[in-house]
Write a protein that binds this ligand. Structure first.
Ligand code: CO
Ligand code: ZN
Length: 324
């Protein structure tokens, strides 16, 4: 758990994954044949094997905001980095890379909150004017949403579980896998939240025979929510489809078979909205046989993402045991 908390508390918004990538490299280097970064910043942890090439991908970037303008009174206007919901960010705290904390407020002239636009929101960093604000942040600076990481009742509540929990799953699998048959590439991808960008270039250069993305997925187990056959605590989710990919049948069947053989608890995932790195990977070169293992998470893209640690353990086992 300590590693998960460290992963969550390390800065890494889309496009600025240097710190999180260094941390992952330090946690995995003793278990790898080689560790390297590519041009876009993807971190590749290679565990050499003599069989087919299998690539795992977990994105290490997190959603957040970017400063677009600072006004005369020191209030900050901003744009979103990735899929941040404008309602969800009201009165949340954001933390910039340099540690500066701000609060998101909105123009009170907006009488109907339903009509709010991102341009009606601002960040208050406690500066009295532009000059003071500019000593703390600059245009182009980024910040992530704050949400303390809490473990309660074997469930974890935090910001950035999307996708530091997937990163954690891959790191734990890297530590546990010994004498692998497949030639394994664990890729910690960049810029997933802004369009699966790192997955695209890393899959192109690795050119694996098979690929499995590891990310979070939605659940259908909260009051009056949209129906979905995924619940917290019911096991690792083997993806059948989301809006970016129809998973390769051979990969889906191999994951199911592996779970059954090793008595790993799993559920099947059909996600109607949202995509993952699998979406970019399967369309690389002449096409790559791709699937995905997901960790069920409630309240995705809020500072209160919630996951069950049993599901996390099941996902680690599945990644550890899968072979082609
Ligand atoms: Co996301
Ligand atoms: Zn994600």
């Amino acid at each position: 758990m300590l590693d998960l908390q460290k992963l969550i508390n390390t800065y890494g918004i889309s496009g600025d994954e240097g710190e999180i990538s260094d941390l992952i490299a330090s946690l995995t280097k003793d278990y790898a044949t080689e560790v390297y970064k590519d041009i876009l910043g993807n971190l590749v942890v290679h565990k050499k094997g003599n069989g087919k090439k299998l690539m795992f991908a977990a994105h290490m970037d997190e959603i957040g905001i970017m400063v677009t303008y600072i006004d005369d009174n020191g209030f900050i206007r901003f744009g979103m980095v990735g899929g941040v919901d404008k309602y969800n960010c009201l009165y949340q705290r954001v933390k910039f890379k340099n540690g500066t904390v701000g609060v998101v407020g909105y123009e009170e002239k907006i009488s109907d909150i339903k009509n709010i636009k991102v341009s009606n929101l601002y960040i208050d960093i406690g500066a009295k004017n532009r000059e003071e604000a500019e000593k703390m942040v600059s245009v182009g600076d980024t910040a992530v949403f704050l949400g303390e990481c809490i473990v309660q009742n074997n469930r974890v509540i935090s910001h950035a579980l999307d996708n530091r929990i997937g990163v954690y799953v891959l790191i734990e699998a890297i530590k546990r896998i010994k004498n692998n048959k497949n030639d394994l590439y664990f890729v910690f991808t960049v810029q997933e939240e802004v369009g699966l960008r790192g997955a695209k270039t890393s899959a192109f250069s690795i050119e694996p025979d098979y690929a499995i993305a590891v990310d979070v997925t939605d659940t259908g187990d909260t009051p009056e929510c949209n129906v979905m056959a995924v619940s917290l605590g019911n096991g690792a989710a083997i993806k059948i489809k989301d809006s970016s990919v129809l998973c390769n049948r051979e990969v889906v069947d191999a994951l199911k078979e592996c779970a059954n053989k090793n008595k790993i608890k799993y559920q099947l995932e059909v996600l109607e909205a949202g995509g993952t790195d699998a979406g970019a990977i399967h369309l690389t070169k002449g096409g790559i046989k791709t699937g995905a293992v997901s960790i069920p998470v409630r309240y995705i893209h809020t500072p209160c993402e919630t996951a069950d640690l049993c599901d996390v353990e099941n996902a680690i086992s599945l990644i550890e045991k899968i072979e082609f």
